[in-house]
Design a protein around this ligand. Structure first.
Ligand code: HEM
Length: 225
């Protein structure tokens, strides 16, 4: 009886952790869609892009409100993913009993390597464009010319290549993340499994193709300093 109640408690803790993981991931996903929308202003020209970021910086309450939510989200996301991973490694002997577990563990393993890669991408990206401490050699960071910082950096081949490749890791992470989110929201019927995965992959590819379009457009000479 006690074993049953311990198991029930462990299952409800797992569900709670997975819900927190999914919700924090969803928050970041919405940020990414908004960030992509803002960044696509690059195709409307320097003034349009710079005006967007100038407006954001002119409102410290909004800027720090968004930053606060993003930081809280990433702390919850990384924290819960570490706890869930440790718990799943501790219960490893039972994992390969049924096929579904093998599929789940494949997705979980993928998240374990794409997660840290996306984390590194994010740290580099903030040092690069927000802090300005990681501009490519020979380029100065202009805190008021967001467009110029991006375009001049993407003219350096390794920077553009890094962003495109890192977007690949982000695509895989978002595709698995979105699929798990739909599952946590209750879409677990075998009949919707395939559709759920197709929608998740399509969303991830769309967002990441949008982000990759900027370094590619600079390479192609469509966006110029
Ligand atoms: C080609 C793709 C991208 C471009 C051109 C881009 C561009 C920018 C620019 C111009 C800024 C503002 C810098 C500043 O504060 O002065 C920024 C900030 C930021 N970007 Fe990106 N970004 C890209 C992709 C991403 C991705 C994929 C993520 C998330 C994984 C991301 C997350 C952030 C965050 C968290 C900030 C900091 C916002 C803040 O200052 O509070 N960006 N990005």
């Amino acid at each position: 009886m006690q074993a049953v109640s311990l198991r029930a408690r462990s299952l409800s803790t797992s569900l709670f952790l997975k819900t927190l993981l999914a919700l924090s991931g969803a928050g970041w996903f919405f940020f990414l869609i908004n960030h992509l929308y803002s960044n696509l202003h690059m195709f409307l020209g320097r003034d349009s892009f710079n005006a967007y970021y100038d407006a954001l910086k002119e409102s410290p309450a909004m800027l720090w409100g968004i930053r606060g939510v993003l930081i809280a989200g990433i702390v919850v996301h990384v924290g819960t993913s570490i706890v869930i991973t440790r718990r799943s490694l501790e219960s490893r002997p039972q994992r390969y009993h049924v096929k579904k577990d093998v599929v789940t563990s494949y997705a979980a393993r993928t998240m374990r390597w794409t997660g840290p890669l996306v984390g590194l991408y994010l740290v580099y990206h903030i040092l690069h464009l927000t802090v300005g401490a990681a501009m490519p050699a020979g380029l100065a960071h202009d805190p008021h010319d967001y467009y110029g910082n991006v375009v001049r950096s993407f003219q350096v081949p390794w920077v553009a290549a890094f962003y495109v490749i890192a977007n690949g890791a982000l695509t895989v992470h978002l595709a698995h993340g979105a699929s798990s989110l739909f599952q946590t929201l209750g879409l677990v019927d075998p009949q919707v499994d395939k559709t759920r995965n197709v929608v998740a992959i399509a969303l991830a590819v769309l967002v990441c193709a949008g982000f990759a379009s900027m370094p590619i457009a600079v390479w192609a000479g469509v966006l110029v300093p």
